[in-house]
Design a protein around this ligand. Structure first.
Ligand code: ZN
Ligand code: ZN
Ligand code: ZN
Length: 462
């Protein structure tokens, strides 16, 4: 139920003589939950005479501001903008699989894999395991050892998918929290080393040097990071082998999905990254987990282009919040014990703060990224030649909306080369008052389509 304060605000807005214009602004934000407020103006001038051809100022808008979408990718912050981001990411990934957005359809014939790289184990965690549709016991072990803290390292429960203990350690006191956050912090570097090793391995399989490979083939990829419930990231990636000029050029005759898959397996097992010794912590060598999933993507097989694009796009809008951490930075003034955190996340954050204070690990900026459990990489990345860019997809939409505005007479049509555009904008806040929020939700309510997702890869734990 809206509060009386919200209702009072709502009634004031409804009686505002500018209500219709306000509602139009809100509709134009597409249901953004926290629109950015801009104050400013734009003038279109004739460069020869200085005559003002068209002007727009926010001074005549409701509240003197223009509201624009926040464009976040994070569904926890703004479902509407995250949905736009998800749809754009879907288009981007799919274009790299079946063509479109400037990528020729012949790309479907190129060797292409869907690969999941996991983190290693940092201690036993409660897990839901399934085999042939049957749920298996979590960690059933005869003669299970008892840890130094007196806990038996066994769990015979068959966990349901919603159980809150999933991803929680069997013994929090044995769990390697330092290893977990260091893995997150160094995983972007481990990924980078993996891509270099992959190119080396593909070259080797073809009997070429890396330099010679460039003249015959390009390895392209698009990837997203996903948090497992135990609080470490793993990566889902589309990896494709093209000819020397990218998706438009056919791959050489030796290039096959098998050659690519072998090169992926070798690269995954070979690469490491070392966290330096710091304080009482010894140096440690980090590598990918043993659980590796490599599957060919086909148009009609078990793993289709649509499923892969949907899967990657879905994860592109998530961050660490599903692990039970915070959706914002942890400040030095925060009382960790008082924050609404899952206990496991609290310990991971505390470990980030502890390690982040050590000089040798300063580069990892663990304290600043404690709310992300140490991970400070990009959530979705792609190599230059994978397909189009999110920027191009957004521009296409902006052009379309501009054309529409011109054709419906809302914007005068000028040739941008012959008009001088002078504009000034400033940030004037963000979000809604309580009453406006209720009204905006009513104006822009829409259901979010679910994305297709193949079965999920479960937490790796040994
Ligand atoms: Zn938004
Ligand atoms: Zn269990
Ligand atoms: Zn223990």
């Amino acid at each position: 139920m809206p509060s009386t304060h919200a209702i009072a605000g709502l009634i004031t807005r409804l009686h505002d003589p500018h209500y219709a214009r306000w509602a139009a602004q809100i509709r134009a934000t597409g249901g953004c939950r926290q629109p950015i407020h801009l104050r400013g103006h734009v003038h279109h001038l004739d460069p020869a005479t200085g005559r003002r051809l068209h002007s727009y100022t926010t001074a005549t808008e409701p509240d003197g501001i223009l509201r624009v979408p926040c464009k976040t990718r994070r569904v926890s912050r703004c479902p509407a903008c995250a949905e736009t981001y998800r749809a754009d990411t879907y288009q981007l990934i799919r274009a790299g699989l079946v063509g479109g957005k400037g990528v020729p359809e012949t790309v479907t014939a190129h060797p292409c894999l869907f690969v999941t790289l996991t983190a290693p184990s940092f201690g036993l965690v409660h897990a839901r395991r399934e085999k042939n549709g049957k749920v298996l016991p979590c960690h059933a072990r005869r003669d299970a050892p008892t840890c130094p803290h007196g806990r038996v390292m066994s769990c015979t429960a068959r966990h349901s998918a919603e159980e809150t203990c999933l991803g929680e350690p069997l013994c929090p006191d044995c769990y390697d929290y330092a290893g977990s956050v260091l893995f997150n912090a160094l995983s972007p570097e481990l990924w980078r080393r993996f891509t270099l090793a992959l190119r080396r391995n593909v070259a080797k399989a073809a009997g070429l040097t890396v330099r010679e490979l460039r003249e015959q083939a390009v390895v392209s990829f698009a990837k997203v990071a996903e948090y497992q419930r135990r609080g470490v990231v793993h990566f889902h990636a589309v990896i494709r082998l093209d000819g020397p000029d990218g998706p438009a050029s056919p791959p050489p005759a030796w290039a096959s999905a098998d050659v690519l898959a072998d090169a992926v397996r070798h690269a995954v097992s070979a690469v490491t990254v070392t966290a330096p010794a710091a304080g009482d912590e010894p140096a440690r060598v980090l590598r990918w987990g043993a659980q590796l999933d490599v599957r060919p993507i086909t148009l009609d097989g078990e793993l289709t282009d649509q499923a892969v694009a949907g899967y990657i796009a879905k994860y592109a809008t998530k961050a660490a919040e599903c692990v039970g951490t915070l959706d914002r930075r942890v400040s030095p003034l925060d009382d960790l014990a008082a924050l609404p955190l899952r206990e496991h996340a609290r310990r991971l954050i505390a470990e980030c703060l502890r390690l982040g204070a050590l000089d040798e690990l300063a580069d990892l900026r663990l304290a600043q990224w404690a709310h992300m459990l140490g991970f400070r990489g990009h959530f979705s990345t792609k190599s230059r030649r994978y397909s189009t860019t999110l920027g191009d997809i957004r521009q296409e939409r902006a052009d379309y909306m501009r054309d529409e505005a011109v054709s419906t007479g809302r914007l005068p049509l000028f040739d941008e080369d012959t008009v001088l555009i002078v504009s000034h904008w400033e940030y004037a806040g963000q979000g809604y008052s309580l009453g406006d929020a209720v009204l905006a939700a009513a104006l822009t309510r829409r259901s979010l389509p679910a994305s297709p997702a193949p079965e999920e890869v479960h937490d790796a734990s040994i």
